[in-house]
Write a protein that binds this ligand. Structure first.
Ligand code: AHR
Length: 502
């Protein structure tokens, strides 16, 4: 089978935004405790942060991290997690039915971010709490000193303000599972009040209002329209969340998950712009895709339904999905979709970073390793630079149960004017056919292929484990040729590839 691709550098889509390569640390399962933080671990630094995990986070190329939830934030008191550790209260976390020791909190998170050069994205609790507590948190974080809460931060060992720019106004407030969930109008009004007051303190904040918790929510669309009607002037972003999984062995549909992400992004963009038009407001709301990944959610829901309610544990093993080759191909394709929409999606967070549906796995007291999905993220974060180019694709198609007829090949191309490099990110979704790609790159005048890697395997269900952490890794791509500005590449079935040219 053959596919062709043509690029037009004259009219790029948008710059590649570093914030596209964000991640998410929630107080959930073992993401924090025994994930990024484990005092006493042989690799722990003096703060208790695992150095082996930090090294992997650096390699992953994470730009921003959303924190502290997620569903967790809707019952969280941020004050519990600051100050002398021995005085911090132990609480119940109702979102994940576990015990929160509060040994890791806001200041630890900010120290960890600073060490790693990561931009924080802080969520406020609009479930059990509201305006007053959000303003307190903002004062604690961003006010220089000389006020009650900023002086507390200073006394807690952080003389310089944390200076957090991005703030999420609650989490998934439409979800019936969300503690303190609201209808769209009530949430919109509450979020608008919080946003206005926060901006009275600091005009340059970038605020994210909650969109629907998924495009399959019955209120999807209506929710975005109502919430944005209330908040249009006060926020910069609306959030999107999406998780994908293979259902009933239907690999073909699963591999086409990015078509759903494309449609989701287009619908939210259209809805936001319709609100802007109605309000006669030329401002454009940006999209923050601040939870996305593969997640075998239906398995989790089945397990959660039979879990005893008297079982309260610290850092239980929750949704520690093990990812395979097909999952990694889908993750690579979801990144292609995010990049393709860089004109509107200017921030994104893969959920989550460690252990909990995560690219990085750890054992308490033991090693840390890369899941299969680590690789497309790390390689895309490294190679996607400059501008996202507009591409014309001609590709064979195949029929799916869930998404109708879909392209067998998907791709996005970035080009960096500074160093002249071009990177192609490409997926072959076919479950059984090789695809030959013929890409006309003459418009960007490539001289040579500098790197070409493919993630694929005879067994699309092969996965990395603690004992075989490198079972699934990208390998040098075979059959990649460049001649007269035309690149040809033979792409194996169920594969994700990156090809960089100089
Ligand atoms: O990432 C896991 C959970 O998924 C988050 O806590 C929540 O926001 C979403 O439903």
């Amino acid at each position: 089978l053959n596919a062709s691709l043509h690029v037009d550098p004259a009219d790029p889509v948008a710059p590649v935004h570093r914030r596209t390569f964000g991640s998410f640390v929630e107080h959930m399962g073992r993401c924090v405790y025994t994930g990024i933080y484990e005092p006493g671990h042989p690799a722990a630094d003096p703060h208790g942060f695992r150095r082996d995990v930090a090294d992997l986070v650096r390699e992953l190329g994470v730009s921003t991290v959303r924190y502290p939830g997620g569903n967790f934030v809707s019952g969280y008191k941020w004050e519990d997690g600051v100050g002398p550790r021995e005085q911090r209260p132990v609480r119940r976390d109702l979102a994940w039915h576990s015990i929160e020791t509060n040994q890791f909190g806001l200041d630890e998170f900010m120290t960890w971010c600073r060490d790693l050069g990561i931009e924080p994205m802080m969520a406020v609790n609009l479930g059990t709490r509201g305006l007053a507590e959000a303003l307190d948190l903002l004062e604690y974080c961003n006010h220089p000193d000389g006020t009650h809460l900023s002086d507390q931060r200073v006394a807690n060992g952080h003389p310089a303000p944390h200076d957090i720019r991005m703030w999420c106004l609650g989490n998934e407030m439409d979800g019936p599972w969300q503690i303190g969930n609201l209808d769209a109008r009530s949430y919109g009004r509450k979020a608008a009040q919080v946003a206005r007051a926060m901006k009275t303190a600091d005009r340059d904040l970038e605020l994210v209002v909650c969109g629907s918790s998924g495009s399959s929510m019955p209120t999807f669309g209506e929710w975005e329209a109502t919430v944005l009607e209330e908040t249009y002037d006060s926020v910069e972003y609306v959030s999107l969340h999406a998780y994908y999984e293979e259902h009933d062995g239907d690999l073909g549909s699963f591999l086409a998950s990015a078509t759903d992400m494309d449609a989701f992004i287009d619908s939210v963009t259209a809805t936001a712009d319709a609100v802007g038009a109605r309000l006669r407001n030329p401002k454009r709301i940006q999209l923050s895709f601040d939870e996305w990944n593969v997640w075998y959610l239906s398995r989790h829901q089945a397990e959660a339904a039979v879990q005893p309610t008297d079982d309260w544990r610290v850092a239980p093993r929750v949704i520690e999905d093990q990812y395979n080759v097909a999952d990694a191909v889908v993750v690579g394709n979801l990144l292609i979709s995010l990049l393709r929409h860089s004109d509107r999606v200017t921030a994104a967070s893969q959920a989550q970073l460690a252990n909990v549906i995560a690219p990085i796995m750890t054992e308490p007291g033991g090693p840390a390793w890369r899941q299969s999905i680590f690789h497309p993220f790390a390689l895309t974060a490294r190679a996607a630079r400059g501008q996202v180019l507009r591409t014309r694709l001609s590709t064979p198609e195949y029929a799916t149960e869930r998404h109708g007829t879909v392209p067998a090949l998907d791709a996005v191309v970035t080009h960096d004017d500074q160093d002249g490099s071009t990177s192609l990110f490409v997926v072959n979704r076919s479950t059984d056919q090789h695809l030959t790609l013929d890409a006309d790159l003459s418009a960007v005048a490539p001289g040579a292929v500098t790197d070409a890697q493919t993630l694929s395997d005879e067994d699309p269900y092969a996965a990395n484990t603690m004992d075989a952490p490198d079972r699934v890794v990208p390998r040098p791509a075979k059959d990649v040729r460049l001649a007269d500005g035309r690149l040809t590449a033979v792409l194996p079935p169920v594969s994700w590839s990156v090809i960089t040219l100089s």
